[in-house]
Design a protein around this ligand. Sequence first.
Ligand code: HPA
Length: 268
Amino acid sequence: MTAAAQALAQRGLTPKLGIVLGSGLGALTDDLDQPVAIPYAELPGFPEIGVAGHGGQLVLGHLNGLPVAALAGRKHAYEGDPAAMKVPIRTLKALGADTLLVTNAAGSLREDVGPGRLMAITDHINMLGSSPLTGPNEDEIGPRFPSMRDAYDPQLIRVLRKAAKAEMIDLAEGVYLATAGPAFETPAEIRAFRVLGADAVGMSTVPEVILARHAGLRVVGVSAITNLAEGMGGEELSHEQTLRNAHVAARDLVRLVERFAGELDDDT
Ligand code: HPA
């Protein structure tokens, strides 16, 4: 067990579900019952978080009756270390979580899925040019060559669909492509990514999903669409725009995740 997991285990809450909150999506932590927030700074091995809108705390609590641990604030590959989320993800697993819900803000490559929409991630394309598993493998955590088939658990996608229907949320589905950033894409890159099969583009999530699958966590993912991708019209992209529109999508996201948590019983 990591030192962070030991420190947290003493607080007496065993999460079933871990949640990674993307840029501007931190509102979910307001909905946790009996929340206990611990700054990353108090957790050995957790990253220091800098970028505006990306807090840095682990919040334990209950969501619709389900014990959860939410990571509010992630470190991105563009900040220098693609493995920065290794300790947080492995800590969730060590605490007892068996499922990880990843969220992010993303640009849409589909005209029919505009800003404010949510997209269930069905698969990803790693264009980061890096992996958080580079270096010696920690065999006690997982295999050297983990499979990425069904990385986004088909059964959990069904639960997500059911939750969206119950909340009357028009949930899109598609492939998330991660770029290294931090510059936004060029219009030519977006055209190329469309040919590759991407439906949404962002600069995060893929490292956490690789770490989670390596550690044996089941994964489910949702993108909050904040803009149409570059070259598809609309205003010039900016982080400010991402945060503004993420707040709009966050309202639906909170309802979706709450319902999802309620549907997630021991059989799923
Ligand atoms: N590109 C990359 N990352 C993003 C975008 C985008 O269009 N929107 C939100 N995050």
